[in-house]
Design a protein around this ligand. Structure first.
Ligand code: UD1
Length: 423
């Protein structure tokens, strides 16, 4: 498939104000959760991203009516035609598996094609399936499909072997309409789980504990539609903060929840950034050379794996040597070879990368291999000498809205070159 590219001329100091969009990783489960109630739910601040478009197509494929009205997306999950998702749609996005929980809760059956692995790792679903089985769901996996059904969902005590974000969300969404109480232990604690709890409770669910590793869900008979505003995207915010640091810039980042950014802020301060927190914005400024550091990705509130590639880009031009350990995904170092093309000095041993900081990165021809690898190369290009041609930026479009406009306003020099025939 032909994809667009960016041509970026680096070494422009970025200055000004940038606004963060609604969180992609919150929007996806929230859209899936609208399946739980008959009638029209309304979601605000849903970002216009390729992954969101896919999730909306999945909902439409099931028979939901979806329209945009003013700033909101309205989803009518009245009567569904089907509990089966088209294989082609499933393949486009892993997060389509978030419809499992809601469809089982409301209709007692669902069939999806099993999501494949992706560039960053094998990404199993055993914890989702184990949790649903404990709630009384029967699961058959055959010919690459997952078929699941249940006559009555029954509350249960679920212990997750790993605090999976998707598994926590799927089990929560199934449990809200189960009979009795469900406990999820070792639950994921990400802010997106709190956002989902808040939306479910607005729909009439009884969920407590989000943000901690112990969730309690008391099942109710039915849910009603609700209105909700998605939280700001903490990974987008973190990416902009690094852009400020790497260009010795001076930026105000609006629409953030500073608390969600704690692990990122702590590390950027360690790098030498001066950061001032306001209610829903952050002022960040960098003077002088970036300082090296070690970091390890961990489930929230640890350092997020979705920021690891961007930090590696930043530490590529730090003073001294840094060590990054990736503990969440086994194959999340694909940006390394591309960063090295730009002059970075990085070696990888298993799950650890050793980054020897260089004075400056240099423009080169590079390509995005996945969303956050693409973001890392975008940042590297902003800080590099001369021009970078960044290919396959459709991956970046999966997670960043209006990047050209947002960065042009800050003084970045970039153009998007669209591939012929794509409009
Ligand atoms: C979500 C995010 C993704 C982020 C990831 C980790 C969305 C849409 N995506 O993905 O951007 O990188 O969290 O923060 O929210 N695992 C199992 N068994 C399972 C499920 C997961 O072993 O059944 C393992 C995975 O292989 C991985 C770890 O658990 O090592 C975390 O994965 P998980 O939290 O499930 O990630 P996602 O929800 O897919």
């Amino acid at each position: 498939m032909a994809m667009d590219r960016y041509v970026i001329t680096g070494k422009q100091r970025l200055e000004g104000t940038i606004r963060v969009s609604g969180a992609k990783n919150s929007s996806l489960p929230l859209l899936a959760a609208t399946l739980l109630a008959e009638g029209t739910s309304s979601l605000l601040e849903i970002p216009a991203l390729a992954d969101i478009k896919h999730m909306i197509e999945v909902l439409e494929n099931l028979g939901c009516g979806v329209v945009s009205q003013n700033e909101a997306i309205l989803i009518n999950a009245g009567g569904l035609d089907s509990c089966e998702v088209d294989e082609a749609l499933m393949r486009q996005m892993r997060a389509s598996n978030l419809i499992l929980g809601p469809l089982l809760a409301r209709y007692g059956r669902v069939k999806i094609s099993r999501p494949g692995g992706c560039a960053i790792g094998s990404r199993p679903m055993d914890q989702h399936i184990k949790g649903l089985q404990l709630l009384g769901v029967k699961v058959k996996e055959k010919h690459g499909y997952i078929e699941a059904w249940a006559d009555n969902l029954q509350g249960a005590d679920v212990y997750l072997d790993v605090p999976s974000v998707g598994a926590t969300e799927n089990i929560m969404m199934a449990a809200v309409l189960a009979k009795g109480t469900t406990i999820i232990r070792n639950a994921a604690r990400e802010p997106e789980i709190v956002d989902l709890q808040n939306f479910l409770n607005k729909m009439g669910a009884k969920v407590r504990g989000a943000g901690m590793d112990f969730l309690r869900i008391d099942g109710v008979d039915a849910l009603h539609p609700a209105e909700h505003t998605v939280i700001p995207d903490r990974i987008e915010a973190g990416t902009h903060m690094i852009a400020a640091v790497m260009t010795e810039g001076n930026m105000v980042i609006e629409n953030v929840v500073p608390e969600h950014l704690e692990p990122i802020i702590a590390k950027l301060r360690q790098a030498g950034a001066s950061i001032t927190l306001m209610d829903d914005s952050i002022h960040i400024q960098q003077r002088g050379r970036i300082r090296s550091m070690d970091l390890k990705t961990m489930p929230y509130p640890g350092f997020p794996t979705d920021m690891q590639p961007q930090f590696m880009a930043m530490l590529s031009c730090a003073e001294g040597t840094s060590i990054i350990t990736e503990t969440i995904f086994e194959n999340r170092f694909q940006h390394v070879a591309e960063l090295c093309r730009m002059g970075a000095q990085i070696t990888v041993e298993g799950r650890t990368a050793i980054i020897r900081g260089v004075e400056t990165l240099e423009g080169a021809f590079v390509e995005a291999t996945d969303l956050r690898a693409g973001a890392a190369l975008f940042l590297a290009a902003l800080a590099a000498e001369e021009a970078t041609v960044l290919e396959k930026i459709d991956y970046i479009d999966r997670g960043y809205e209006n990047l050209e406009e947002k960065y042009s306003c800050l003084g970045a020099k970039l153009i998007r070159v669209s591939t012929q025939g794509k409009g």
